[in-house]
Design a protein around this ligand. Structure first.
Ligand SMILES: Cc1cc2nc3c(=O)[nH]c(=O)nc-3n(C[C@H](O)[C@H](O)[C@H](O)COP(=O)(O)OP(=O)(O)OC[C@H]3O[C@@H](n4cnc5c(N)ncnc54)[C@H](O)[C@@H]3O)c2cc1C
Length: 396
């Protein structure tokens, strides 16, 4: 029965893909007026509005992947090939994605072994109790740390597992079977400590990463404020440099901070005064802040749905002294750093979401092939088969 359902699934899937490809072709013609869809660059004739706009440039350049791009767009050199245009030509530039393939079979074997071990551990995790009691038991956290799951993408030389994006995404699929654990792990490494990985200097990495990798220290990411969510540039938290130029004093309130009540190390974003072209301006700067610096307090945990075991709360900084050595990157560059970290966070949530959906598909499939109504298994009803295929496609 399951096999039948699967066969029907793949049949419907292929029908759907054909329709989708057809629609892509239509868009292709309307938008880009490409006279031929053959991938050879010589046959790329009439072009996108982009190209028309660049008639004055006239010098096509070749990228490593052999695609044409145009050197000048409104006076700026282009750094990327036209990704979307290439999609329409049937070229998918994988190098643009932070999703490297595994190098060899050995890496794959290692990954599979990790997955098996972690799956075995998660089979015994009582997610219902975690959610009901709004708490991840200490022994569960301890085991996660022992498995190295607090330092998945931290390089080996700093005590982490040194996983690449593919490996990390694969493990996130497994660890996401408990959403509270998934959020706790992601808040720690996909955003909490990510700034140190992306923008930290060697000294900062050596000083913070080993304890974060082992889970001895937990990290949190502090950007959101009562009046600042999507509009990151509007944050109010301020950091003022002391007259001797050695210490910033940080004051402000952050809200909805995952791991905010349990973290030892925070990546905090605050406005600082910086000089731009001889003019003083308020710009966002990012800091590594230790709870131990003083003046750091956390509010009560927020109640949530489905991720109650993860800790989300307000974090207050009251004149917290932060040594200038703890500025991440350059003063004033915090906005860029925040955006880069958030990109990583989205990647992490995406892979965890895929894991969640896969698990749900498994559960619904099992239900569909075991439950009968009107004398038939649910899996025999056309609508159920269609929904199942759609779930697969969304997850793929
Ligand atoms: C469980 C949980 C954990 C969190 N953990 C953290 C954390 O660890 N660290 C942290 O810093 N923050 C955290 N956050 C905060 C989260 O990142 C913010 O919720 C997010 O930045 C969005 O801000 P907001 O909720 O204030 O929405 P708003 O910015 O008020 O937006 C409200 C709605 O308007 C839409 N909107 C906003 N601007 C536009 C626009 N220009 N065009 C169209 N639509 C728009 C948004 O998409 C959204 O749907 C957490 C939130 C939750 C719920």
């Amino acid at each position: 029965m399951t096999l039948r359902l699967m066969l029907r699934s793949s049949q419907l899937k292929s029908e759907l893909f054909t329709t989708t490809r057809q629609s892509f072709k239509n868009i292709d013609l309307q938008h880009f007026r490409i006279r031929s869809t053959v991938s050879s660059e010589k046959k790329l004739t009439a072009t996108s509005p982009d190209r028309e706009h660049q008639n004055d440039t006239k010098t096509p350049n070749k990228t490593d992947s052999g695609n044409i791009y145009w050197k000048q767009v409104e006076g700026k050199p282009r750094t990327n090939t036209p990704f979307v245009k290439n999609l329409f030509l049937g070229k998918f530039e994988k190098e643009l994605l932070v999703y490297p393939e595994l190098k060899d079979n050995h890496q794959l074997e290692e990954l599979n072994h990790m997955v098996q071990t972690i799956e075995k551990f998660f089979a015994d995790v009582d997610s219902a109790a975690i959610d009901k009691e709004s708490n991840i038991p200490k022994e569960v956290l301890q085991k996660l740390k022992e498995l190295g799951l607090f330092g998945q993408q931290i390089p080996i030389e700093y005590g982490g597992l040194g996983l690449n994006a593919t490996q990390y995404a694969r493990l996130a699929e497994v660890t996401s079977v408990d959403s509270s654990i998934a959020v706790t792990l992601a808040a720690h490494q996909a955003i909490g400590l990510k700034g140190i990985l992306i923008a930290g200097n060697e000294e900062q990495k050596q000083s913070y990463l080993p304890k974060l990798a082992s889970g001895e220290h937990v990290a949190a990411f502090c950007l959101t404020e009562p009046s600042s969510g999507s509009d990151v540039a509007s944050i109010q938290t301020k950091a003022t440099l002391s007259p001797d130029g050695q210490t910033y004093h940080l004051t402000g309130t952050k809200i909805w901070i995952s791991n905010g009540g349990i973290a030892d190390v925070f990546t905090v974003f605050a406005k600082t005064e910086v000089e731009v072209d001889g003019e003083k301006q308020d710009r966002i700067t990012s800091f590594i802040v230790e709870r131990g610096f003083g003046g750091v307090t956390s509010g009560n945990p927020e109640d949530k749905l489905g991720i109650r075991g993860s800790n989300t709360c307000e974090v207050h900084f009251d004149n917290t002294p932060v040594p200038i050595e703890n500025v991440l990157g350059t003063a004033g560059d915090g906005f860029k750093i925040a955006m880069n970290i958030l990109n990583s966070g989205r990647f992490s949530m995406g892979s965890a979401g895929a894991g969640n959906i896969k698990k749900l598909i498994g559960m619904t499939a099992e239900h569909a092939v075991t439950r009968s109504q009107f004398g038939h298994k649910l899996s025999e009803f056309g609508l159920i088969q269609r929904e199942h295929v759609q779930e697969h496609i969304l997850c793929a």
